[in-house]
Design a protein around this ligand. Structure first.
Ligand SMILES: [Zn+2]
Ligand SMILES: [Zn+2]
Length: 338
C-alpha cells in the first residue's frame, strides 16, 4: 500500500467498496464515527481530535456573552470582518500556503511564530496539513478526506472523521509524515512518543500554545474594546472554525461538475474558483489546484488575493526570504492561446 493511502486513519466505514466505489456513510454513521474519534476514554490517542472540538466548544460561551450582553452593530461588523476576512485569510497564509505547500519561507523563526499567532488559535496544524496533502493526490476520489461526493456532513465532520493520522504507522512511515510538519515550528513527537500519543504534535506544546495565544489575544482585544470586543472576536473565530469546513464542500462544486469557461482552467478535478472565498481569503481554489506550490492564487486581474498581499508585503519587509509565484506561467499557459 502506498504511503499516501495509509497516512490517514481509515474511518470505520472505510474509504471505498470492493468495486472501487466511494463509501457514502449515512449522517448517523458520520456522527457515530465523530463521537468515537473524540472519545478519549477509548484511547488516549484520540486527544488531538478531541482537543480540536474542545477548542470550538470553549469559544461558544464568548459568542453567547457577546449576543446576550454586548451586542451592537459596530461589534457585529467587527465580528463579520474577523470571521470572514481576517481568520480566513490567515488560514490561507498559515495552514494552507506555508504549513502544507511550503510556498514561501521565513527569514527567521520569529516571523514564523508571529505569522502562526496572528489570530486566535484554532486547530492543531497537523489536522490540516497531512490530510490536505492527501486531498491533492486523491481529489474527489475515494480516500479524499473531504470528498464532496460523500455529501455535506462527510465534509463538515472530516476534521475528526478523516483528517487525523493513522495511529499504526511504522517508524519509516511516521518519519515521512514527520517530514510534512518539520518546517512548521510545531514541537513534534519522536516515534516512541508517537506510539503513546498517536499524533505528530506533542500535547504539551499544543495545549501551552493554545492557552498563551488565547490569553494574549483576549488581553489585546480587551484593552482595545473591553469584554464586548473580545467576546465578539472569539465568537467570530468560532464561526470561522466551524464554517470553514463547508468550504471543502462548496470549493469542489458540492460534488458536481460546476466549472465555468474562462474561469476554471483545471478540469482534472471538481475544484472551482468561487468569488467569495477568493476575494475574502485568496482561495481561488481551481487556480490553486493548478499550482499548489504557488504563494499566489489570484491570477486574473479581478482575483484579489489578500493572503498573497501579506506574503509579498512580508517579503518586502525582509521577514519572508523566498516565495514561489506561478502567475506568469499560468498566464502564458492558459491565457496566451485565447
Ligand atoms: Zn481542493
Ligand atoms: Zn492546497
Amino acid at each position: 500500500m502506498a504511503f499516501i493511502d495509509k497516512v490517514l486513519q481509515t474511518p470505520s466505514y472505510g474509504w471505498q467498496h470492493e468495486n472501487g466505489e466511494l463509501v457514502k456513510p449515512s449522517t448517523g454513521q458520520l456522527f457515530g464515527e465523530a463521537f468515537s474519534r473524540i472519545n478519549i476514554f477509548k484511547t488516549r490517542k484520540n486527544w488531538i481530535s478531541l482537543i480540536s472540538w474542545v477548542m470550538a466548544a470553549c469559544m461558544v460561551p464568548f459568542f453567547v456573552v457577546f449576543l446576550r450582553y454586548y451586542f451592537s452593530w459596530p461589534l457585529m461588523i467587527a465580528f463579520v470582518v474577523y470571521a470572514m476576512i481576517i481568520m480566513s485569510t490567515h488560514g490561507t497564509i498559515w495552514f494552507h500556503r506555508f504549513c502544507t505547500h511550503k510556498a514561501y519561507t521565513f527569514k527567521h523563526p520569529f516571523w514564523r511564530f508571529f505569522t502562526q499567532n496572528l489570530v486566535i488559535k484554532t486547530f492543531p496544524e497537523e489536522i490540516y496539513v497531512v490530510s490536505h496533502h492527501v486531498h491533492h493526490v486523491k481529489s474527489d476520489t475515494p480516500g479524499d478526506p473531504y470528498n464532496p461526493k460523500g455529501g455535506f456532513w462527510y465534509c463538515m465532520l472530516s476534521d475528526v472523521n478523516h483528517q487525523s493520522i493513522n495511529k499504526n504507522l511504522d517508524e519509516a512511515d511516521y518519519n515521512r509524515a514527520y517530514h510534512f510538519m518539520k518546517h512548521t515550528g510545531v514541537q513534534l513527537n519522536t516515534y516512541a512518543q508517537y506510539l503513546k500519543w498517536g499524533s505528530l504534535a506533542t500535547p504539551l506544546y499544543t495545549v501551552t500554545l493554545w492557552l498563551l495565544n488565547w490569553a494574549f489575544w483576549y488581553t489585546v482585544f480587551y484593552l482595545i474594546g473591553g469584554h464586548g470586543l473580545a467576546c465578539a472576536l472569539f465568537g467570530a473565530a468560532m464561526f470561522w472554525f466551524v464554517l470553514v469546513r463547508a468550504f471543502n464542500y462548496t470549493g469542489h462544486g458540492k460534488g458536481h461538475e460546476a466549472h465555468k469557461d474562462g474561469i476554471d482552467f483545471d478540469r482534472s478535478n471538481l475544484s472551482i474558483n468561487q468569488t467569495r472565498p477568493g476575494l475574502f481569503s485568496g482561495e481561488w481554489h481551481n487556480n490553486h489546484h493548478l499550482y499548489p506550490g504557488s504563494a499566489r492564487a489570484g491570477f486574473l486581474p479581478y482575483q484579489l488575493d489578500l493572503a498573497w498581499l501579506y506574503i509579498i508585503g512580508m517579503y518586502r519587509l525582509g521577514a519572508v526570504s523566498s516565495y514561489r509565484d506561478s502567475k506568469k506561467e499560468f498566464l502564458r499557459k492558459y491565457l496566451a492561446k485565447q
